[in-house]
Design a protein around this ligand. Structure first.
Ligand code: UDP
Length: 237
């Protein structure tokens, strides 16, 4: 498939048209942002790792019955994906308290929940991605009730699958963010990426953070952490 004009440049990826209107090419960058774009930097080699990791995980999810946008890895940074219209929701699944959850509710990080939680934010940078109740999603007409129910079902199935997968790699899946999209026939599929940019991943033995929190919190060893989780994923295959 031929790469055509650039349609969009996001914080971590560019999106290109192709010669087929049903497909896009996403290209992963090394750029990193945090705190709604306030903190900016680069993480050398991140684009290559996130591209490969996300593709491998989506391939496995697809095999486990979750529809995804993944079609084919074209190069170390470029992937062919199905064209979707992104549902403007950030779908966050949490297994253990951390980040904005701990801040919002005033509890320590690292407290394991009895059951995973699913929450939705409005994907809107200008507003700072505000938290949404399911009623708010209907009121704002961001998705239908049935779509939200399906997204929630997929999100929990993805959590179950990824928690087990990462556990086998000696990594604890703390929380993560998903985005879903709609194909031209209205089917909801998993889109965006699954990577250390979008997941909190802690070493199961030491609790060491192996994700973007190393960048957000200036902990150092950012590149090494991304390389370490990638190495563990590859060793699992
Ligand atoms: N997350 C993300 N993009 C966002 C917000 C959150 O990928 O715009 C991920 C984040 O990496 C973490 C999970 O979603 O794995 C939960 O993030 P949280 O709500 O705690 O927000 P944060 O503390 O990252 O601001």
């Amino acid at each position: 498939m031929e790469k055509r004009n650039q349609l969009y440049e996001g914080k971590a990826k560019k999106v290109f048209a192709t010669d087929d209107p049903e497909y896009y090419i996403v290209s992963y960058k090394d750029d990193a942002t945090a705190f709604n774009g306030l903190k900016k930097g680069t993480i050398a080699g991140k684009g290559v790792i996130n591209n490969r990791m996300s593709n491998r995980l989506m391939k496995r999810l697809e095999a486990a019955g979750i529809p995804t946008h993944f079609v084919e890895e074209l190069s170390e940074r470029d992937t062919l994906v199905r064209k979707v219209k992104i549902v403007p929701l950030e779908v966050i699944v949490r297994n253990i308290s951390a980040g904005s959850f701990s801040k919002r509710y005033g509890i320590d990080e690292g407290i394991a929940f009895d059951e995973p939680t699913v929450e939705f934010s409005y994907k809107n940078d200008a507003l700072g991605d505000p938290l949404l109740s399911e009623d708010h999603i209907q009121a704002l007409k961001l998705a239908t009730k049935d779509e939200v129910a399906l997204i929630r079902k997929y999100a929990l199935a993805i959590d179950k699958f990824l928690t087990a997968f990462w556990k086998d790699c000696g990594v604890t899946l703390v929380d993560f963010k998903l985005e879903f999209g709609k194909t031209s026939d209205g089917t909801i599929i998993l889109a965006d990426e699954i990577s250390p940019d979008t997941c909190r991943l802690w070493d199961s033995a030491t609790g060491e953070k192996l994700d973007k929190d190393r960048f957000r919190r200036d902990l150092g060893g950012v590149e090494d952490a991304y390389a370490e989780v990638m190495k563990r994923l590859m060793a699992h295959e």
